[in-house]
Ligand binder design. Structure first.
Ligand code: SAM
Ligand code: SF4
Length: 365
């Protein structure tokens, strides 16, 4: 891997701006992104998925994501439920079809149910949640479903209790997460998924056990390549396990059959089990086979910044617009501008790659 030594290490906390933001959109048509009212970037990609990080807080400190001494944004800088919902509503008018709530750990947000219910009321988008699953009970899941949540993805990197504790630096057990997965299935959420990040020498010995969850529960288990987005900036190529290696490992026990994707912007390549067992295996390989060319995602951070790419080093502020009571058209313009400027690719393997200053938990994965 080249370029890793050039990563920056500064972590700057966001501040509240005192200056009135530029809310004028009168000359929007003179800007390339003002020409149409659809989220399309300058490379022709159409953006349909919005990931909203509703909090930068988390009850875990996964080694590949957060550091133990992480600093959180001041509460006053975080968007309110009403502000998240307003952006969601405007984003739908620009072509967003799916919203995934993330974090940090979204289930820590005391108004998660209200945020889901209000997005449901204000839009027709599909609402999904990605969570570490540690705080979900059958009752809370049923309430979220009732509020309008339709899909849940759980992150689970180890089934061995000690290893789980070492990775997450939490007191939760993997059994707790498994119980939440079982609850999602029995409540009838569509397409419950498990995400696992493998780190060489840490949990790559659990690849088969994790893959087996797909067979046991008839769900998708997706292996995500470890990306240089950890707050500690400790990523290095020696800890990286490629999707190809993980696939070979799984096929020592469970031969796989590639499935055609009907969604060209899907992040995961999906495989069925050759022996006909239920469940599927997915590989999300942003490092070894970037899928930037078909990316359909835009991100909103908990403190109100738009990030067109996980690896963006530039952000577009919507919080000031929201707080200065800007018009919907001005906010739409900011969404269009951020999207238009989406970088063509993340460039992880390039010699000039610079790791973004925010870690994954502050961006929203
Ligand atoms: N806390 C929730 C969770 O863990 O599912 C939601 C936020 S978390 C940032 C979203 C996803 O990002 C998780 O599936 C996590 O495994 C993944 N992630 C975090 N840091 C990562 C990294 N450095 N490389 C790859 N995936 C990462
Ligand atoms: Fe928290 Fe999710 Fe990051 Fe783990 S991956 S520290 S659960 S935000």
């Amino acid at each position: 891997m080249e370029g890793i030594n050039s990563m920056t290490r500064t972590i700057a906390l966001p501040t509240l701006s005192r200056e009135r933001p530029d809310t004028s959109h009168a000359c929007a048509s003179s800007r390339p992104w003002g020409m149409q009212r659809r989220l399309i970037d300058s490379h022709g990609r159409v953006i349909r998925d919005l990931r909203i990080s509703i909090t930068d807080r988390c009850n875990f400190r996964c080694t590949y994501c957060m550091s133990t001494d992480c600093e959180f944004a001041e509460t006053a800088t975080l968007l309110t439920p009403r502000e998240f919902v307003r952006v969601a509503r405007i984003a739908e008018t620009l072509g967003i079809r799916k919203i995934r709530l993330t974090g940090g750990e979204p289930t820590l947000h005391p108004q998660l149910e209200q945020i889901i219910a209000e997005i449901r009321q204000a839009t027709t988008v599909e609402i999904a949640l990605i969570t570490n699953g540690s705080r979900l009970t059958r009752d809370s899941l049923a309430r979220l479903q009732e509020a309008g949540l339709s899909r849940v993805t759980m992150s689970l990197d180890a089934l061995d209790e000690e290893r789980f504790a070492t990775i997450t630096r939490s007191t939760t057990t993997p059994q707790r997460v498994i119980a939440a997965i079982e609850d999602c299935i029995s409540l009838g959420f569509s397409e419950t998924k498990v995400n696992a990040v493998l780190i060489r020498g840490v949990n790559d010995g659990e690849t088969l056990a994790l893959a087996n969850l797909a067979r046991r529960y008839a769900i998708d288990v997706r292996f995500i390549e470890y990306m240089p987005l950890d707050a500690a900036h400790a990523w290095d190529a020696s800890k990286f396990v490629s999707a190809a290696e993980t696939r070979r490992h799984i096929e020592t026990s469970y031969p796989l059959l590639a499935l055609d994707s009907c969604d060209p912007s899907a992040t995961a390549s999906l495989f069925a089990f050759a022996d006909g067992a239920a469940g599927r295996i997915g590989f999300i390989a942003p490092v070894s086979s970037p899928f930037c060319g078909a990316c359909s995602r835009l991100r909103l951070t908990a403190d109100g910044k738009l990030r067109p790419c996980l690896f963006s080093t530039d952000e577009w502020d919507v919080r000031d617009l929201l707080r200065w009571n800007a018009s919907d058209a001005s906010i739409a313009d900011r969404l269009l501008e951020a999207t238009w400027n989406k970088q063509s690719s993340h460039g992880i393997s390039g010699t000039d790659f610079v790791q973004p200053r925010r870690g994954m938990s502050a961006i929203g994965g």
